[in-house]
Design a protein around this ligand. Structure first.
Ligand code: HEM
Ligand code: HEM
Length: 420
């Protein structure tokens, strides 16, 4: 059997590519659906979701690499002539489907890789030692969602093309009883297909390009889905900090001030967390928290009481999991709290220290948060960072090692406050 094609049939290289890629695509499709169903199921088992997506992505990337090689090979090869060129519609559809499959085996994995590359925060890794993200792709949730929309519509189109394609092959085998399938498998000594000058590649290519362009348009126009992977919207649309009811008026805030020191009202700020997930850092934000601060610049001491709405967390692509029963369990524990004394710097140029307790999942643990503070007149700027161990609070207790989620959680804040 020769390596190259001729007008009667396919050489072993084309056959090898065909069956290997067919197998990989079908497995990638099945695994993609399986991974998505695990992700969307109630019992979100993060480890399994990660493993399934990792294998899905790795197989998908191998489809992309083999697909590019296959197309390059195909372009150097003659295409075996159709066996029944007089059946013009059938021949055209078969040709269109072939081109659309060629495009699909590149575009589908590429769109998946674009979802992966543009997703902010954590993701299941491609299981290989080369880079993870494609270069020059910004990490942007809105963009990632568009790529996901393409990937999500694209697989239906690819699956439909495969159904048509396999259906065609079966028709040739069962109804026409011709050599179409044989020349893609074991076929030898095949009959010479008739010559037909009307058969042209270009219309098939044009149809295939139009088909995938339609997917692109549909993905661009597709309404934003409330997908658990992309659920940033509700929280992100909230203001960064909601002023506490008790601190919206000076009097009310004074009531909560326990030390008699001046009271500061948070004007704006951020409260972020980062964890390592599947080997990657994931960073997120609480959109809704408030801080009652009383701090005396003369003594450089005071008190702080921070209440955090745990349900307002967005954490890359895994917000729902982070808020779910295995982690922050926000339905049962909607609030986390940090109560601390503010202590002066030990020496000039050193940070202040907020020393107190952090309560998460109802468990209270000692915590120390060093922070820097700059005061100008009635305005103060503060920022600081501490690291806690999620195990101390029983967060992610079912993830007893660090393969899926690291133990250390960095908590970081930055805020501007005004003296009332
Ligand atoms: C032949 C190649 C591929 C096929 C046929 C395919 C198919 C699928 C399918 C059927 C899903 C489930 C869609 C759903 O129900 O939500 C999916 C999801 C996904 N795939 Fe692929 N995929 C391929 C390659 C890739 C590659 C190479 C990557 C990344 C490197 C990737 C990343 C993803 C991601 C991140 C999701 C979840 C997206 C979302 O939630 O909307 N895929 N894929
Ligand atoms: C994911 C799955 C598949 C993909 C992406 C795929 C793709 C392709 C492509 C692009 C061609 C055209 C080759 C060329 O002329 O350059 C082709 C040919 C062919 N495929 Fe598939 N294929 C798949 C699965 C299958 C399956 C499952 C069967 C059989 C049951 C099959 C049977 C054939 C046959 C018989 C041909 C030769 C058609 C002819 O000689 O005109 N394919 N395939």
């Amino acid at each position: 059997m020769s390596a190259g094609n001729d007008e009667r049939g396919y050489g072993w290289v084309a056959k090898g590519f065909h069956w290997l890629i067919a197998l990989l695509i079908l497995t990638s499709l099945a695994l993609g659906l399986y991974a998505a169903s695990l992700r969307d199921s109630q019992a979100q088992e993060l480890q399994k979701v990660f493993e399934a997506f990792s294998v899905h992505k790795t197989l998908g990337v191998s489809v992309l690499i083999l697909g590019v090689l296959r197309v390059l090979w195909m372009l150097t090869q003659p295409k075996p002539r159709p066996l029944h060129p007089q059946r013009r519609v059938e021949t055209y559809v078969a040709d269109l489907v072939h081109w659309a499959l060629y495009l699909g085996m590149i575009i589908m994995p590429l769109s998946g890789w674009l979802v992966h590359s543009s997703a902010p925060g954590g993701f299941a890794r491609i299981l290989w030692p080369f880079g993870q993200r494609l270069p020059a792709v910004p990490q942007d949730p809105a963009l990632s969602e568009r790529f996901a929309a393409f990937h999500g519509i694209g697989w239906w189109v690819l699956a439909a093309l495969i159904v048509l394609h396999v259906g065609g092959a079966m028709k040739h085998l069962v109804i026409d009883r011709d050599q179409t399938l044989a020349r893609m498998t074991h076929g030898r000594n095949l009959e010479e297909p008739p010559k037909d000058s009307r058969f042209t590649k270009l219309t098939g290519i044009a149809g295939a390009v139009l088909l995938w362009a339609a997917v692109l348009v549909a993905a661009t126009l597709a309404p934003r889905e409330a997908d658990p992977l992309f659920d940033e919207t509700p929280a992100a649309s909230q203001p960064a900090v909601t002023a506490p009811a008790s601190a919206t008026s000076a009097e009310a805030a004074q009531e909560t001030a326990s030390s008699g020191a001046p009271v500061w009202q948070v004007q704006d700020g951020t409260l972020g967390v980062s964890v390592t997930q599947g080997g990657n850092p994931v960073t997120g934000q609480f959109a809704d928290w408030n801080a009652n601060i009383d701090y005396d610049p003369d003594t450089q001491t005071g008190k702080v009481d921070v209440t955090i709405n745990t349900g307002s967390l967005t954490l890359g692509s895994v917000s729902d999991t982070a808020k779910g029963p295995d982690f922050l369990n926000t339905t049962q524990f909607p609030e986390a709290r940090f109560q601390a004394d503010l202590l002066p710097p030990e020496a000039e140029g050193q940070p202040h220290l907020a020393k107190g307790t952090l309560t998460i999942l109802g468990k209270t643990v000692d915590a120390e948060l060093p922070f820097t503070l700059t005061i100008e007149g009635d305005s103060a700027k503060a920022n600081g960072k501490m690291s806690v161990n999620r195990q101390d609070f029983g967060v992610g207790a079912t993830y007893a090692d660090e393969t899926t989620v690291g133990f250390a959680v960095d908590i970081e804040f930055a805020l501007n406050a005004k003296r009332l």
